[in-house]
Ligand binder design. Sequence first.
Ligand SMILES: Cc1cc2nc3c(=O)[nH]c(=O)nc-3n(C[C@H](O)[C@H](O)[C@H](O)COP(=O)(O)O)c2cc1C
Length: 310
Amino acid sequence: MTDERLVVELRDLKFTTPLMLLSGCDGFGQEHERIVGADTSLIGAVFLKGTTVEPRLGNPAHRLWETPSGLLNAIGLQNPGVDVVIRDLLPRLDTRTTHYIANISGATLEEYRELARRFDETVVSAIEINVSCPNVKAGGMQFGNDPDMCARVIEACRSVTGKPLITKLTPAYHDTALLAQKCIDAGTDALSLINTVSGMAFDIRKRQPALGFGQGGLSGPAIKPIALLKVHQAARICRPRGIPIIGQGGITCAEDAIEFFLAGADAIGIGTALFYDPLIYKRIHEDLLDYLAQHQLNRITDIKPWSKQK
Ligand SMILES: Cc1cc2nc3c(=O)[nH]c(=O)nc-3n(C[C@H](O)[C@H](O)[C@H](O)COP(=O)(O)O)c2cc1C
C-alpha cells in the first residue's frame, strides 16, 4: 500500500516509492509478479530488459560469473526485439500499480531513434537510453564514453518522443560532471548512474576467461563506492537544474539506499540483489520507513540535508 512518506516526484511523474527494479534484473516485468508475496505497489518503477531493434540471442556461455561481493555479467543484451516486446510483452503489463520504463540500446543513432519512436506509442512511462552497456561489440559504451556522441543519441531520441528520457551513464568516463552536463543540454529529463563497471575473471581449471564474451560488467556491492562518487559528482550539475538522478550500484539494504540519497540521488535502483532475494524491496521499504521515524523525518525527500533549505 502506498505510504505518502515515500512518494517521490521526478519531473512530471509521480512514483509510489523511490525503489526501482533495474534493467536486466527483472526481465520484461512479469517475473516478479509470479513470486509469492510480490507487491508492485511497493515498487516505484520497473525498468524493462534492454531492447534492440532486431532480436538478439546474446553472448555465448558463461554469461554470469560470481565474484567476491559482486557479479560479472556479459549477457549481451539478449532480447526478442522491439516488435515482439511491443506486440506481445507490453500488453501483459499491469500499469495500475507501478510504472514500467523501456530500456533501449542501439549500435547506431538511427537504431536509438527508431526505438524511441516505437516506444513513444506504448504504455511505458519513460524511456531509459542505455549508452553504457559494456557487453556488446557495437554501440553501448562506445557512445557512453564520448559525451558529444551521448548528446547526439539523446537529441535523436528527443526528436521523436515526448516521453521522459532517462540517460544511463557509464562509470568508465572520467569526467562525470561534463558527461551529465552534455546529456542535460541535449534534452535528457533524468540520469541513471551507474551502469556496470568493466571487469574480467579467469577460469583457472580451463585456463581461459570465465565469461564467453571475455570481459563483462561488474555489479553488486563491490561497485557501491564507485557509484556513490559518480552520483555525488553528477548531482552537483543536476541539482541546480532540477534533473533527477536514479542512483544505483550495489544497493542491498535501506542503509545503502540512504547513502545514495545523501550522495544526491532522488530515487534508487535495485539490480543484482534481486537475484538472491526477489522481494528485497519490501524489506528496504519497511526499513526506510523505520529510518524516517527514528530520525524524525516526515518524508523520504527530507533525508537530504539541502532539501530543508528550500
Ligand atoms: C544480469 C544483468 C543484466 C543487465 N542488463 C542490463 C540491460 O539490459 N540494460 C541496462 O541498461 N542495464 C543492464 N544491467 C545493469 C543494471 O541495470 C544496473 O545498472 C547495474 O547492475 C548496477 O546495479 P546493481 O549493482 O544493483 O546490480 C544489467 C545488470 C545485470 C546484473
